[in-house]
Design a binder for this molecule. Sequence first.
Ligand code: ADP
Ligand code: ZN
Length: 241
Amino acid sequence: MGCILLTGQGVAMSQSNQKAATIVVLLGPPGAGKGTHATAMSEHLSLPHISTGDLFRENIRNNTVLGQNVKSFMNQGKLVPDELVLDMLFQRMEAPDCARGCILDGFPRTVAQAKALDAKLSKNTRIIALNFNVPDSVLIERITGRLVCKDCKKPFHKRFDPPKQANVCDTCGGTLVTREDDQENIVRKRLEVYHEESQPLIEYYAKKNDSLREVDSQNPKEQVFRDILLALSTLKTKESL
Ligand code: ADP
Ligand code: ZN
């Protein structure tokens, strides 16, 4: 992954050709299960899963200029400034694997980002927003016990969703790590930022062409996934997905 430099092939963007595409936007606080379900949705819908957080972490690992610039924001639980987010994401969305659309996890995070996305899309690209609802009280416990595969990025949980073998990814055999920003004090800051900056997106998408669906993400994983598929089917996405 990282910044893919192929351009001009993804149809999600207004400059590209005009085939129908669908962008599924995942909304909800950190720890709501967006990453977990994005992986499953990506397989089910055959759409790429694009996580802005993963793209940033990849850049940090590769010590790119972008990585050096975003590191301190992420480690303080703050949002990365738009000028560092938008180019990276839009470039990724131009890659050929986004021709039918993609699943966006961690973007948009502000109404300004949602507007920037709208401005970029062609008329034939529709947005579906899924809001993952979970009370804050559950989130801290979920995030501080989270483990993530270094290679395929699949999330696990020390207690709620442990891997079969300690610290080894069930799917790809990669090493499981704890994210630097998953420490409790940083998690609290991220939740604060979420309520202030990202929660208004729920209303933004609710008002926009009935494109929002709610998912109760406190339920067991399998049930949440069934609910997601049901929500998508009520949006009559079959013809375009
Ligand atoms: P989570 O959803 O669990 O908070 P992410 O991996 O999506 O985790 O994001 C981690 C961090 O990356 C955020 O706290 C923020 O600093 C940065 N980030 C990711 N996406 C964006 C974005 N769209 N705008 C600004 N900052 C972002
Ligand atoms: Zn893995």
